[in-house]
Design a protein around this ligand. Structure first.
Ligand SMILES: Nc1ncnc2c1ncn2[C@@H]1O[C@H](COP(=O)(O)OP(=O)(O)O)[C@@H](O)[C@H]1O
Ligand SMILES: [Mg+2]
Length: 384
């Protein structure tokens, strides 16, 4: 789950990590009223959307007084912002953040995330702050330092020194304290990424996080009701919201074959084999172990709501999930919705025969497949 910059900064502050003072507003009036409490010569107005690259797209403005702030807010609120991270459809700005301005001496890049390959919490640091880190990685890889942390309890002084060395700071203690705060927050909140770009050294020689992007592990959100409340449905893909209501693990992708599978591993294998036969999956969807008829229906509706879907592949191994339950769910959903794309079904395991009977007698045009390989070949052929 992603949160907004202002929310991320509030949490960072709770962990003792320095951030500028700032206030939010959902209307211009609210923002201006709140901004009166700020102590600053210039106001930094920042559009709150779940995407970076706002600066270049007009989503970050420096204003000299309340009048300018009010005019700029009026212009920014409700506007669609297109940045290199939003995609061409952009995102509508529904809330604004205004903060005190900082005098920037140097800009750095700092992030903390999980390196899945080594299963370690990892810090990435660079002196190329404020830039797109993917670009830096491509063009100047020597400007990026990766530090893997060995302890889950705390980050050692040695780790801190390694992370900080590329910043060439005199303010080492401030750097260490900031890193310890970020690490503590990462562990305590079950974050999956904390990215500070830029982290700055001010003219007064303080380290401050000027931007903050934080993601949390969805599977750990049940432990953090306060964080779960920060979820902004406006920022999320509608179909993914629908999926989470039905407790389905669904990720929308760009391909044309909709997949309904039980088990994440089998779902990955199904996506792989679709690619192997030259097509692209439209989604990842794991209906889970003991899915009900209702859940299966919801899953099929979700797949069909994607306009790019030209065919559907259902691949179920009946273990805890019974094939007849799956088949009933498919038939129910198919009756409610008009399925006019090819549907290939591969069933194996518990109550396989009963499941196949239900499908065969449903009057639906279903192509049945013997195994995963056969299923992938059939669906790819069917959509051609
Ligand atoms: N409080 C602030 N004081 C001074 N400059 C700021 C402040 N916040 C942001 N900036 C400047 O604006 C740039 C873009 O802001 P940032 O929050 O990184 O947005 P984005 O990454 O979405 O473009 C920063 O790199 C920094 O130079
Ligand atoms: Mg930024």
């Amino acid at each position: 789950m992603n949160i907004h910059e202002h929310q991320a900064k509030k949490i960072l502050k709770e962990y003792g990590v320095p951030v500028p003072n700032g206030v939010i507003g959902f209307t211009v009036e609210e923002l201006i009223e709140n901004a009166k409490s700020l102590n600053t010569k210039k106001f930094i107005l920042k559009a709150q959307i779940h995407a970076g690259g706002r600066g270049k797209a007009g989503g970050v403005k420096i204003l000299n007084n309340i009048k300018e702030l009010s005019d700029a807010s009026r212009e920014m609120l409700g506007k669609k912002l297109i940045t290199h991270q939003t995609g061409p459809e952009g995102k509508v700005v529904k809330r604004l953040y205004v903060e005190e301005s900082s005098s920037i001496e140097k800009e750095f890049y700092l992030s903390c995330l999980i390196d899945r390959a080594t299963a370690q919490i990892t810090f990435i640091s660079s002196d190329q702050g404020g830039m797109d880190i993917e670009e830096v990685a491509k063009k100047k890889p020597e400007k990026i330092i990766t530090t893997k942390i060995n302890s889950l309890k705390e980050i050692s002084n040695e780790d801190c020194e390694n992370i900080l060395k590329i910043f060439c700071l005199k303010e080492k203690e401030k750097g260490k304290s900031l890193l310890k705060g970020i690490y503590k927050m990462f562990i305590s909140t079950d974050a999956s990424m904390i990215e500070i770009n830029p982290l700055i050294l001010t003219k007064e020689k303080n380290l401050i996080c000027l931007d903050a992007k934080v993601n949390f592990d969805d599977n750990a959100l049940f432990k953090h009701p306060d964080i779960a409340k920060l979820r902004d449905f406006n920022e999320e893909n509608l179909s993914e919201i629908e999926a989470s209501k039905h407790d389905l693990s669904y990720i929308k992708l760009d391909g044309s074959i909709g997949c309904m599978v039980n088990g994440a591993g089998l779902a990955m294998a199904t996506m792989d084999i679709i690619k192997l036969y030259g097509e692209e999956p439209a989604n990842f969807l794991d209906v889970g172990g003991g899915a009900s008829k209702e859940k299966v229906s919801a899953a099929l509706k979700l797949i069909l709501s994607d306009k790019n879907v030209k065919g559907i592949l259902i691949n179920i191994f009946g273990g805890i999930m019974r094939c007849d339950v799956l088949a009933e769910g498919v038939v129910n959903a198919a009756k409610e919705m008009h399925i006019n794309v090819p549907l290939v079904v591969r069933l194996a395991g518990t109550n396989y025969k009963e499941g196949k009977n239900i499908l065969d007698n449903s009057g639906l045009k279903i192509i049945s497949a013997e195994n995963l390989d056969d299923a992938a070949k059939k669906i790819v052929k069917a959509i051609k």
